[in-house]
Design a protein around this ligand. Structure first.
Ligand code: FES
Length: 112
C-alpha cells in the first residue's frame, strides 16, 4: 500500500479509508520520509533533482512515490506509460515535462 500526496480530495479520502479499514494492521506504508532513511537520496529523488522535476514541491512526494511504484512494476517504461502512470497526480507548476523526464531518467538509472 502506498500513501499519495498531490491527489485530489476524493482519492485522498479513499486512501485514508484504506489505511484505517479492517485488516490493515501490520501493513507497511512507505512515505517520502522513508525513501531516504540514511540521508542518501533514492535514484528517483536524484533524477527529480537533476532534471528539475519540481518547482514548489507540493506534488513532489506523491510524484516520487508513484514513480517508484511505476518503475518497480515496469523498469523500462515508455513516455506514454509514465504519463499514464502519473495521471492521477496533479502538478500546478511544472507542466509535467520535467517530471516525465525525471521518471524516465530514474528508470534508466535503476536499470544500469
Ligand atoms: S511542483 Fe508545484 S505542484 Fe508540482
Amino acid at each position: 500500500m502506498r500513501g499519495l500526496c498531490g491527489k485530489d480530495g476524493r482519492q485522498n479520502g479513499e486512501i485514508l479509508h484504506l489505511l484505517s479499514g479492517p485488516g490493515r494492521s501490520g501493513s507497511e506504508i512507505t512515505t517520502i520520509e522513508g525513501v531516504a532513511p540514511d540521508g542518501e537520496l533514492d535514484p528517483v529523488q536524484e533524477a527529480f533533482w537533476d532534471n528539475h522535476g519540481l518547482q514548489c514541491g507540493y506534488c513532489t512526494a506523491g510524484m516520487i512515490i508513484t514513480a517508484m511504484e511505476l518503475i518497480e512494476k515496469n523498469p523500462d517504461p515508455s513516455e506514454e506509460q509514465v504519463r499514464q502512470g502519473l495521471k492521477g497526480n496533479i502538478c500546478r507548476c511544472t507542466g509535467y515535462q520535467n517530471i516525465v523526464k525525471s521518471v524516465l531518467a530514474a528508470a534508466e538509472a535503476k536499470r544500469s
